[in-house]
Design a binder for this molecule. Structure first.
Ligand code: UD1
Ligand code: MG
Length: 472
């Protein structure tokens, strides 16, 4: 029978090499913290206990992960990875198997860790890498048995050439681990209690030490500086993109997708280059997402087209809708089937009925727009009086002329027509034309400063325009 599992996650370090005010394990990877990624992996192993050792920025680290069912252990001073594990050990019974994970090794999968949970000996996860710099090296004796791990800073030239490295992750039975850790010394280049020295301790006792090679070295990359964080992000994104494509999503440029959440999608949905999908995104069948679109917590129903550089947050886009380019759908936007929102249109808490249109340069906020209503270019719902927000209700088949302001609260009746340039401050009747517009006058012969007068120009008086004049 397998021993109960206690996972210890090391997350107390400052991450000096990040040169950031944020504790290292709070750095984001694909929109979540490094530590959240490791916690998810740990919990997937169904452990009996999870201990997170924190120290640097402990309050922020704990607060950011309050929803996780784990025990937080404080390491008041960061005296090394061995000391960090020692802080958690008093709460772990001898009959448990301890798995040590690092808060800065975020890509490892439960599948890769599973073999470490078996057996009653010390097992470490190793990797063979082209560029071993920065990692502890595995030192084997003549028979091939692992004797020790030597940290980069303590290694001689020959040891540095070794390409078999320690991933920082290991598992051991709690009883012997306690003994090995109690015997650690800080007599090394960094003056720290290295967890890695338990390997030499076990080996000296003649205890079995097993090194498991991670089949995919990309899974065990450690994040110690900004370059490694960016590298880990890319690896995570590549993995996510491949999973989506395997499930049938068409990615025009998989290397240029950024996913910070989950996407569900129907058949023949396609996403163009440089899109950012965040939170929970649902794409129906045949949906097309144009280049550079940003979608956060959105539902896009079958056959809808999102044109390039659209930004949509908490919006629901109905079947066959067309949005953008350069549209901004804010929270509470709901577009019914076949609605159309064009370029430089911002919507917020707005419901557009089936086939309704706002094609150019508009603000539609706190508004309900009936079926097939047409909002002309530059239609503005004036929803805010400086203190409160008010609603605009537009009836089905209404036609709102260009450059109209609708001063809320206000209602526009069904099939109403609003003349271009009208400022609507009272409810507009159904089936009628509402227009309010000051007449334009023409002043003949008026001299614009800086414009050379046309020769022969004599008129200097004002002529009233003929009724229905084109100058209006
Ligand atoms: C560690 C390993 C190294 C391995 C590498 C893989 C040791 C001594 N070295 O080196 O062999 O190749 O990981 O990525 O273990 N931490 C604490 N308390 C401390 C010190 C560290 O909680 O007192 C935490 C850090 O926050 C980090 C993790 O332990 O999450 C690893 O520490 P780090 O300083 O990054 O060790 P590396 O130099 O990467
Ligand atoms: Mg590290």
């Amino acid at each position: 029978m397998r021993a109960p599992l206690a996972v210890v996650i090391l997350a107390a370090g400052k991450g000096t090499r990040m040169r950031s005010a944020l504790p290292k394990v709070l750095q984001p990877l694909a929109g979540r913290t490094l530590l959240a990624r490791v916690l998810d992996t740990a919990l997937a192993l169904e452990p009996a206990q999870v201990h997170v050792v924190c120290g640097h920025g402990a309050d922020d680290v704990t607060a950011a992960h309050a929803e996780y069912p784990v025990a937080w252990v404080e390491q008041p001073e960061q005296l090394g990875t061995g000391h960090a594990v020692a802080c958690a050990l008093p709460d772990i019974p001898d009959d448990h198997r301890v798995l040590v994970l690092a808060g800065d090794v975020p890509l490892v999968t439960p599948e890769t860790l599973a073999p470490l949970l078996e057996g009653e000996h010390l097992t470490l996860l190793a990797a063979r890498v082209e560029e071993p710099a920065g990692y502890g090296r595995l030192i084997r004796d003549g028979s091939g048995a692992v004797q020790a791990i030597v940290e980069e800073k303590d290694a001689d030239a020959e040891q540095r050439a070794v390409q078999e490295v320690n991933t920082g992750l290991l598992a051991a039975p709690a009883g012997p681990l306690r003994r090995w850790i109690a015997g650690l010394s800080a007599d090394n280049a960094q003056g720290e209690y290295y967890l890695t020295d338990v390997v030499a301790a076990a080996s000296r006792e003649g205890a079995r030490v097993e090194a498991r090679l991670a089949t995919d070295p990309d899974e065990v990359v450690g994040v110690n500086d900004q370059a490694q964080l960016a590298h880990a992000e890319r690896l995570w994104q590549r993995r996510a993109a491949h999973r989506l494509m395997r499930d049938g999503l068409r990615l025009i440029a998989p290397e240029r997708l950024t996913l910070r959440g989950t996407v569900r999608f129907g058949a023949d949905a396609a996403v163009d280059a440089d899109c950012l999908l965040e939170g929970e995104v649902v794409l129906g069948s045949r949906v097309s997402i144009g280049q550079g679109a940003v979608l956060r917590d959105c539902v896009v129903e079958d056959g809808a087209v999102i044109n390039p550089y659209t930004v949509a947050e908490e919006a629901r886009i109905g079947a066959g809708c067309e949005v953008g380019p350069f549209a901004h759908l804010r929270s509470g936007t709901r577009l019914e089937a076949g609605a159309r929102v064009g370029n430089f249109v911002e919507t917020k808490k707005a419901q557009l009925g089936p086939g309704a249109k706002a094609n150019h340069l508009s603000y539609v906020g706190d508004a309900g727009v009936g079926a097939r209503a047409n909002l002309g270019a530059g239609t503005i719902t004036c929803n805010y009086d400086g203190a409160e927000k008010h609603r605009t209700q537009i009836g089905a088949d209404a036609f709102i002329g260009s450059g109209t302001q609708l001063v809320a609260p206000v209602r526009i009746g069904e099939r109403a027509t609003i003349g271009a340039g009208t400022t609507v401050t009272r409810d507009a009747e159904a089936d009628a034309l509402t227009v309010g517009r000051s007449r334009a006058r023409t002043i003949h012969g008026w001299q614009r400063p800086g414009l050379t007068p046309r020769s022969g120009s004599t008129e200097d008086d004002e002529t009233p325009p003929a009724s229905g004049s084109a100058t209006e």
